[in-house]
Design a protein around this ligand. Structure first.
Ligand SMILES: [Mn+2]
Length: 428
């Protein structure tokens, strides 16, 4: 199913009066603050978030999975789904592939399909957290950390394969997330596990093409429950620093212990020039992989506030200098609707963070005016920027209200008619 330009135009016709009024009010507010609305809209319109190939089907928990209908049955159909999201919101212009769940058999054809939908390939992801049917050695006790060199070599070879798949598609980064660790005290010698992992990562790093980045993703716990060999940002940074200039830390919002100050982590990684990529999701308890912004939207705003402050301090391009990706699972929602909501939440937080009066905040900080610091941040956070985000989308050819259009066009029903009601996508 394809979204037609006339569907988007028709919705615009229906909603334009209401939108115009909301946008005019917004513009008035910004004018009063001497903020250049057009420049703001340009930044919001340029921002793109990659959709992970594993999040286009219904997710599950260890207790079960309740698939919906019309899920993509192949990589081609996954790319078509992302193309549809991008047609609706013009902010999902990239896809992040997971290998081996989504091996591109004909890279040229896959690339052409993506091109035709105005999509590029973001970071490719390796998988050594589960055993594949045709795999010789098991990752039960880890992959890059494994005590047996032949297991490490198998995992290294897989990661190098992933780089090659990515290269053929025009991707320029690999994300390495390891489930390596231990579930019981004494199971691992921590130093040996670190050294083995580091040496394995060095081999993979050595296979990186010149312009490529390696993202070392960390996670506090699960599937291992006593220690994780890349368990927090300190450990990830340690690996990235030792590996070299092409290695970076990747922050996944759900991979921290409860109440971690993620905005501070982001600020310091940026200061060190070592923040490379970002996985968006939201959570209440652990790695819940819920819709971005559904539980802690203020935290999301505070993170974006630090991202912008830190990126601007280094003269970085908001759109292209970090890998922006969603990493989520949708157990009870339509995955495509969830992704539309997630991208919207990201754009809202980004737009709000752009509104922060940085000069005033800096002055308030330097004079220890704590009250003003809070007022300045919350003034931005409490601004309703939805009309601004909708206007940016409209100027890019997207729908004023993507989710509404998705529902009005009964996209899910036509996907079920096309693909069947019992399809199951590979993924989480
Ligand atoms: Mn992740």
């Amino acid at each position: 199913m394809k979204i037609q330009q006339q569907d988007i135009a028709k919705q615009h016709e229906q909603l334009q009066q209401e939108h115009r009024e909301a946008f005019a009010f917004q513009q008035l507010q910004l004018d009063k603050k001497d903020i250049d609305t057009d420049a703001l809209i340009q930044k919001i319109g340029a921002f793109q978030v990659a959709i992970p190939s594993w999040a286009l089907g219904t997710g599950g928990t260890r207790f079960g999975r309740f698939p919906g209908g019309g899920e993509p049955r192949s990589l081609e159909e996954k790319i078509e789904d992302v193309g549809m999201l991008h047609a609706l919101n013009r902010a999902s212009g990239a896809i992040s592939l997971h290998i081996p769940w989504d091996i591109p058999k004909d890279a040229q054809a896959i690339k052409q399909l993506a091109d035709s939908l105005d999509l590029r390939f973001d970071a490719v992801n390796s998988n050594t957290f589960q055993d594949q049917a045709d795999q010789k050695l098991s990752y039960k006790f880890g992959s890059l950390q494994h005590v047996d060199k032949s297991v490490r070599e198998q995992a290294i070879a897989h990661n190098i394969d992933v780089i090659k798949y990515g290269e053929a598609l025009g991707s320029d980064a690999i994300t390495v997330w390891l489930s390596d660790g231990s579930s019981f005290p004494g199971q691992l010698n921590f130093r040996r596990a670190f050294q083995n992992t580091y040496e394995s990562l060095q081999e993979i790093y050595g296979a990186l093409p010149e312009q490529w980045k390696m993202f070392v993703e960390y996670k506090a716990f699960e599937p291992n429950f006593y220690s994780m060999t890349v368990g927090d940002w300190g450990q990830s940074l340690l690996y990235a620093n030792k590996l070299g200039d092409q290695a970076y830390t990747l922050v996944d919002l759900g991979h921290h212990l409860p109440n971690a100050n993620i905005e501070q982590i982001v600020a310091l990684l940026l200061m060190e020039g070592k923040l490379g990529g970002f996985h968006f999701n939201d959570s209440k308890y652990g790695d819940d992989d819920l819709t971005v912004g559904c539980i802690k939207p203020y935290q999301l705003f505070l993170i974006f506030n630090e991202l912008i402050e830190g990126m601007d301090a280094r003269g970085m391009d908001h759109t292209t200098d970090l890998g922006w990706m969603i990493d989520a699972s949708h157990n009870v929602k339509d995955p495509l609707e969830d992704l539309l909501q997630s991208v919207e939440a990201i754009l809202i937080a980004y737009a709000q963070a752009l509104l922060v009066d940085r000069k005033a905040l800096n002055e308030a900080q330097l004079s220890n005016d704590t009250v003003s610091c809070q007022e300045i941040l919350q003034d931005a956070y409490r601004t309703d920027v939805r009309a601004l985000v909708a206007e940016a989308r409209h100027r890019n050819g997207g729908a004023l209200q993507p989710l509404k259009l998705f529902r009005d066009l009964e996209v899910r029903n036509s996907l079920i008619r096309e693909r069947g009601s019992k399809t199951v996508a590979t993924g989480l």
